[in-house]
Design a protein around this ligand. Structure first.
Ligand code: NDP
Length: 462
């Protein structure tokens, strides 16, 4: 690659989250002179206020299920108590360790870390706390931020940003929103013994996921004791006199008392107020940066990746985009990102793993819209002894004409782990016949994916 000394840097990355760090490190390893500006902790949302601490919380909360299930296997489980401050302290220690790893990775790739909030001054200049830096390319990897409601009393609600540092966890918690964060935290708080209410404004939460999976998770959460309510939203949040709680005025005319209100109603791209529009960068209607297939904005020296694009807001996607930018700019290998068949997991309890099209969407992608639907629903082996009334659901969607598997969905223990493997098959264009030719791994739940013989609605042969 060729670097120019016309500028201080070849690449100036704004934001040291998953995407920004990967782009900076890779670019540095290709010989580019790189800086990354970060106003908060290294690692961004995923490491500090998202995926990583969330998953640790999921582990923490799932012990209550394990304790209950253990009895059926002959265990006597004694008194149990959970310390939220102890969990926070352990989590904080682990996150600090990861922050350190990120710093070392950047350092080893020769990347300068500049602490402070960056602003774009012109297409080749960035300012951080009054200091100016020039760069051949500026990469915006500023991520996203929780979207809060514009209702009366909104200041009483917290978002997922605050939950990771909350000093204590009250008895009654209400979650607003029916997306990833809402269902994951409903499971976390419930597992930690809190009384959880989750409110969703539409008919069925987890819009965009397969309908059978959504309905099955709703059923399992209710069975476990989460007060899950659909078709309802919050009009206002009132602080109650005389106690630390809140009274919510709901759209169905009722009121609901709670001790903590957490909003999980989506995240907005962090693109405003950092000089982008002044530098000619075009934004979409939700503030997302509009880019071409090589992540160049309408100002070609300014690129963007990750959540700030408002497209597929998942860490591994941001990382892939960061690698594409580094390869394109500094490795003489113009690279795009393929967004088809991205697997994703929802760490609800039980969790969801999914890849490809939902049944609803599969019809649009199958030849002539003809889709065979294979479903398997069963009680996991573990629960034959634990006594837990919980079902696992697995589903395959197959194009009848080409036999290609268009979607694989699972609700049940280890679903995200299982679907990651299935995603490789779908990415390779596997057919149902190839799934069937694969020998099952016994005894496992995953083997169901290669033993589904009869499409739903078909009469079994006699
Ligand atoms: P989501 O976009 O997943 O869900 C937002 C939810 O809030 C939807 O149910 C939506 O309803 C609802 N909503 C939106 N606006 C309002 C409003 N004004 N009043 C009431 N409800 C509203 O966002 P999350 O905040 O849950 O998560 C943000 C993103 O973070 C996710 O989309 C995902 O990309 C990422 N993430 C990924 C995880 C993973 O991979 N496991 C985990 C956590 C987050 P409706 O459906 O009607 O629009």
């Amino acid at each position: 690659m060729t670097t120019s000394t016309r500028y201080d840097y070849d690449l100036f990355t704004i934001g040291a989250g998953s995407g920004g760090v990967r782009a900076a490190r890779m670019s540095g390893s290709f010989g580019a002179r790189v800086a990354v500006a970060e106003s908060s902790d290294l690692g961004g949302t995923c490491v500090n206020l998202g995926c990583v601490p969330k998953k640790l919380f999921v582990y923490a909360s799932s012990f209550s299920r394990e304790f209950a299930d253990a009895r059926g296997f002959g265990w006597t489980v004694g008194e149990r108590e959970h310390s939220w401050p102890q969990l926070l302290a352990a989590k904080n220690q682990e996150i600090e360790r990861l922050n350190g790893i990120y710093a070392r990775l950047l350092h080893n790739a020769g990347v300068d870390i500049i602490r402070g909030r960056a602003r774009v001054v012109d297409p080749h200049t960035v300012e951080v706390d009054g200091q100016r830096f020039t760069a051949a390319h500026i990469l915006v990897a500023t991520g996203s931020w929780p979207r809060m409601p514009g209702i009366h009393g909104a200041e009483h609600a917290i978002s997922s940003n605050e939950i990771f540092h909350l000093e204590s966890l009250p008895r009654r918690i209400t979650i607003v929103g029916g997306g990833y964060i809402g269902v994951e935290f409903a499971g976390i708080f419930h597992g930690l013994g809190r009384q959880v209410t989750q409110l969703y404004r539409g008919r069925m939460f987890l819009r965009g996921f397969d309908d059978d999976i959504r309905a099955a998770l709703a059923g399992e959460m209710r069975r476990a004791g989460v007060d899950l309510r659909m078709n309802v939203n919050v009009n206002a949040i009132h602080k109650r006199d005389g106690d630390a709680g809140y009274r919510l005025a709901l759209t169905d005319g009722s009121t609901h008392d709670t001790d903590l209100v957490m909003y999980a109603t989506g995240r907005a791209p962090r693109s405003r107020g950092i000089g982008l529009e002044e530098a000619g960068v075009k934004l979409g209607e939700h503030g997302e940066i509009l880019v071409d297939e090589h992540f160049r904005s309408s100002t070609p020296s300014i690129l963007a990746i990750g959540d700030v694009l408002g497209r597929v807001t998942l860490t591994p996607v941001a990382i892939r985009e960061g690698m594409a930018v580094a390869n394109t700019l500094f490795n003489n290998a113009p690279t795009t990102v393929d967004y088809e068949y991205i697997p994703t997991g929802v760490f609800s309890q039980p969790p969801i793993g999914t890849v490809g099209y939902s049944e609803h969407d599969a019809h649009a992608h199958a030849a002539r819209g003809r889709v065979d639907v294979y479903v398997s629903e069963f009680r996991p082996m573990k629960h034959t002894l634990s006594g837990r009334e919980e079902r696992t659901l697995m589903k395959l969607l197959v194009c009848r004409d080409s036999d290609r598997v268009l979607g694989a969905h699972m609700l049940g223990p280890d679903a995200p782990e299982i679907i990651q493997g299935v995603a490789i098959a779908l990415k390779c264009g596997a057919t149902k016949a190839q799934f069937d030719a694969t020998i099952g791994l016994h005894p496992s739940a995953a083997e169901e994916f290669v033993t589904m013989r009869q499409p739903r609605g078909d009469v079994p042969p006699t």
